[in-house]
Design a protein around this ligand. Structure first.
Ligand SMILES: Nc1nc2c(ncn2[C@@H]2O[C@H](COP(=O)(O)OP(=O)(O)OP(=O)(O)O)[C@@H](O)[C@H]2O)c(=O)[nH]1
Ligand SMILES: [Mg+2]
Length: 227
């Protein structure tokens, strides 16, 4: 019984990986760099995106918004005049707590790939579900806010282990929440040795120059890889 369960999960992830590979090929063909933004609910994904859109001159950004329900985040971003496509996991995908490659594939026809350079996918707010699902992205970013506690990398290791970059958000609140920055850094390194960690506040702008530079570098290295 247990073995059957494991097999079914493995098959589902294999199928996801096959579709993710097709997505990646389509993104490459279109010359679009793709970033998958993941975090617990409310860690600051949309706020960081809003600020990034404003501070990334010369890069045409598009957004794919993943939410269980509603379009509040998509509406926030659309008001900044960037192309935004909403993906709701309920009811079309049964209220899943993550995006998967097939959902992204379903959204591809509505993404203006020839009008953008960088597609940022805001995953459903969840520190567990998105971990295992490759969407066809080039860069996986996980956000950890100073209001969540420095222990989270140890409690939810998979999402930190599978990400390329960690971003500590809401740094302006670190003192008020007595966030132990050194412990957070240690915990991240324990689950993902060598992980690059950025410290950002979308309110004060702290660290935004580093975040923007990282996205520009992702774009540049993709173009070099294609060329
Ligand atoms: N003080 C402070 N508040 C922030 C910062 N970033 C986001 N917030 C606030 O945190 C709350 C949640 O931010 P969102 O950007 O909506 O978080 P999210 O990760 O997109 O949330 P979901 O999409 O629901 O998972 C909002 O009230 C923001 O104003 C920050 O850097 N500093
Ligand atoms: Mg959001």
């Amino acid at each position: 019984m247990h073995r059957t369960k494991v097999t079914v999960v493995e098959e589902a992830l294999d199928a996801n990986n096959t579709i993710a590979t097709a997505n990646r090929a389509d993104f490459d063909r279109a010359g679009v760099s793709v970033v998958n933004l993941m975090s617990a609910p409310g860690a600051g994904k949309t706020t960081l995106l809003e600020r990034t859109v404003r501070e990334l001159p010369g890069v045409r950004v598009g957004v794919l918004e993943g939410d269980v329900q509603g379009s509040m985040d998509a509406d926030r971003l659309a008001s900044l005049h960037v192309p935004v496509t909403q993906l709701n996991t309920a009811p079309a995908f049964g209220g899943e707590c993550h995006l998967d490659a097939n959902m992204v594939r379903t959204a591809l026809p509505s993404l203006p790939l020839d009008e953008i350079d960088l597609l940022i996918i805001e995953n459903v707010g969840n520190l567990v579900c998105p971990s295992s699902y490759d969407l066809g992205e080039e860069l996986r970013m996980v956000l950890l806010s100073t209001t969540e506690g420095e222990d989270k990398p140890l409690k939810y290791p998979t999402i930190f282990n599978g990400a390329d970059i960690a971003i500590l958000t809401k740094m302006d609140l670190a003192a008020a929440t007595e966030f132990d920055l050194a412990a957070a850094q240690r915990n991240i390194q324990r689950v993902r040795p060598g992980m690059q960690v950025l410290k950002v506040s979308s309110k004060t702008g702290q660290g935004m120059d580093m975040a923007v530079r990282l996205l520009e570098e992702t774009r540049t290295s993709m173009l070099q890889g294609l060329g």
